[in-house]
Ligand binder design. Structure first.
Ligand SMILES: NC(=O)c1ccc[n+]([C@@H]2O[C@H](COP(=O)([O-])OP(=O)(O)OC[C@H]3O[C@@H](n4cnc5c(N)ncnc54)[C@H](O)[C@@H]3O)[C@@H](O)[C@H]2O)c1
Ligand SMILES: [Zn+2]
Length: 372
C-alpha cells in the first residue's frame, strides 16, 4: 500500500476520513473494508475518467470482497442537470439497488456533485464515497458534503448537504489531467492561503510553479494542506451559517463570470475564481479595507503562474457587460434583503463577509479588469 495520509473530517453527525496517497486507487477496496453498510458498490464515473481509472478501482473492490458494478455518464458540466440526475436515478432503481448499496463517485467535481446528490435522495439516502480525480475535486469539492445540480436559475441551485463515508484521493491520477484543469484547480488551493493562512500563501509564492509542474512533494503538500484547511472550516460550520461562507472568496465575481459565459468550456470554474480573487482584492482596496500592496501581491502571484491579468476575450467577440455581471450577482446565495454580500479581504490571510457593497464600486472594479 502507498504511503498515505489520513485526515479526519469532524462533523456534528460523526467523522469521516480523507485518505491521500500516490497510487492509492487500487487500494480503495481494502481501505473501504469495514466502512460500508453492505457489499454492493456502484462505481459511477464519466466517459473520460472511466477508461483511465475505473478498472483498478473495480478490481480492487472485487479483490476486497465487494460486488462492484460500473455506470458511466457523459463528461462535462451538462451532467449536473435534472436530466442526467433522473437518468442516473432511473438506472440505479432499475438495477434494484437497496439501502445497503454504496455509490462511489470516481471523477471530478461534476461526478462528485451529481453522485453525491443522487446518493442523498435515492431510497431516501444511500452511503457514498468520493474518489476525486481532478485537482479541484481533491482540494475542494469532494470534502465537505456539498452536492447538487445546476438548474435554469443557476449553478448548484438544487442540492443537499450530504457527507460521504470516506474520501480517497490518488495524486497519481493528476498525471493525466489536462494542464488547463490543473491550473483551474490551483485557484481553489490559492483561496485557502488568501482567506485565512498568510504563511500558506507565502509557501505558494515559493512553490506554486512546482505544484503546477506536478512535482510530487509540492503537489502532495498543497493537496494535504488544502484538505486540512477545508476539513477545519467544514467542522466549524457544516451548513454554511458562518465561517464556511469565507470559502466563497473570489466566487461572487467568479460565478457571475461563469453565468455570463454559460458555464461552458470558455471559462472553467477555477479560472473564474482566479479572476474573482483579483477582483475581490481590488474591491477590498476600493472600499478601504485592504492595503493596495496586498492586492498587488495577489496579482503578481497569479501573473507569475500565467493567469490572464484581465478578462479574456469572449468567444462571441462582444465586450463583458458590467450590468449583466451585476445582475448575475443578484442571485448569489450569500445576499440577504436584496443587498450584495461579498467575501472581502483585510489583507492576505484575513477575510470578512461584507453585506451592502454598493453596485457602483463593484462596477468600477469590473471595468478595471476590462468589462464595459
Ligand atoms: N461541492 C463543492 O463543494 C464544490 C466545490 C467546488 C466546485 N464544485 C463543482 O465542481 C465542478 C467542477 O469540477 P471539476 O473542475 O473537477 O470538473 P469536471 O468534473 O468536469 O472535470 C473536468 C474534466 O476533467 C476530466 N477528468 C477528470 N479527472 C481526470 C483525470 N484524472 N485525467 C484526465 N481527465 C480527467 C473530466 O472528464 C472532465 O472532462 C463544478 O460543477 C463546480 O460547481 C463543487
Ligand atoms: Zn470553487
Amino acid at each position: 500500500m502507498p504511503v498515505m495520509l489520513d485526515i479526519p473530517v469532524n462533523i456534528p453527525g460523526g467523522q469521516y476520513p480523507i485518505f491521500l496517497g500516490e497510487g492509492l486507487l487500487g487500494d480503495v477496496g481494502t481501505l473501504l473494508q469495514g466502512r460500508l453498510p453492505g457489499k454492493r458498490v456502484v462505481v459511477i464515473s464519466d466517459d473520460l475518467v472511466s477508461p483511465l481509472y475505473a478498472s483498478p478501482v473495480l478490481h480492487g473492490l472485487n479483490a476486497a470482497g465487494f460486488a462492484s458494478e460500473h455506470l458511466t455518464v457523459p463528461a462535462g458540466e451538462g451532467s449536473k442537470s435534472w436530466d442526467a440526475l433522473q437518468r442516473l436515478l432511473d438506472t440505479l432503481l432499475a438495477r434494484t439497488i437497496d439501502r445497503k448499496t454504496t455509490l462511489l463517485a470516481l471523477g471530478g467535481g461534476v461526478i462528485g456533485d451529481l453522485v453525491g446528490f443522487a446518493a442523498a435522495i435515492a431510497l431516501r439516502g444511500l452511503s457514498f464515497v468520493q474518489v476525486p480525480t481532478t485537482l479541484l475535486a481533491q482540494v475542494d469539492s469532494s470534502v465537505g458534503g456539498k452536492t447538487g445540480i445546476n438548474t435554469a436559475a443557476g449553478k448548484n441551485m438544487v442540492g443537499a448537504f450530504y457527507q460521504p463515508l470516506a474520501v480517497m484521493m490518488d495524486s497519481a491520477t493528476l498525471s493525466t489531467l489536462p494542464p488547463r484543469h490543473l491550473q483551474a484547480g490551483y485557484a481553489e488551493i490559492l483561496k485557502y492561503g488568501l482567506l485565512g493562512d498568510a504563511a500558506f500563501f507565502a509557501w505558494l509564492e515559493e512553490n506554486g510553479k512546482a505544484v503546477l509542474a506536478r512535482t510530487p512533494n509540492a503537489l502532495h503538500h498543497a493537496i494535504a494542506h488544502s484538505c486540512r484547511a477545508k476539513a477545519a472550516i467544514v467542522a466549524a460550520d457544516e451548513k454554511e451559517q458562518g465561517v464556511r461562507a469565507l470559502l466563497n472568496l473570489g466566487h461572487t465575481f467568479g460565478h457571475a463570470l461563469e453565468a455570463v459565459t454559460g458555464y461552458g468550456d470558455q471559462l472553467h470554474h477555477g479560472e473564474a475564481v482566479a479572476m474573482g480573487c483579483r477582483m475581490a482584492f481590488q474591491l477590498s482596496v476600493s472600499l478601504g479595507l485592504c492595503p493596495a500592496s496586498d492586492a498587488q501581491r495577489v496579482e503578481r502571484h497569479l501573473n507569475a503562474l500565467g493567469y490572464p491579468a484581465t478578462l479574456p476575450t469572449l468567444v462571441s467577440g462582444q465586450a463583458w457587460d458590467s450590468e449583466r455581471l451585476l445582475q448575475a450577482m443578484e442571485g448569489d446565495k450569500k445576499n440577504s434583503h436584496g443587498q450584495k454580500t461579498f467575501v472581502l479581504a483585510k489583507g492576505i490571510g484575513e477575510t470578512v463577509l461584507q453585506a451592502g457593497v454598493p453596485d457602483e464600486t463593484v462596477r468600477t472594479v469590473l471595468q478595471r479588469f476590462g468589462a464595459s
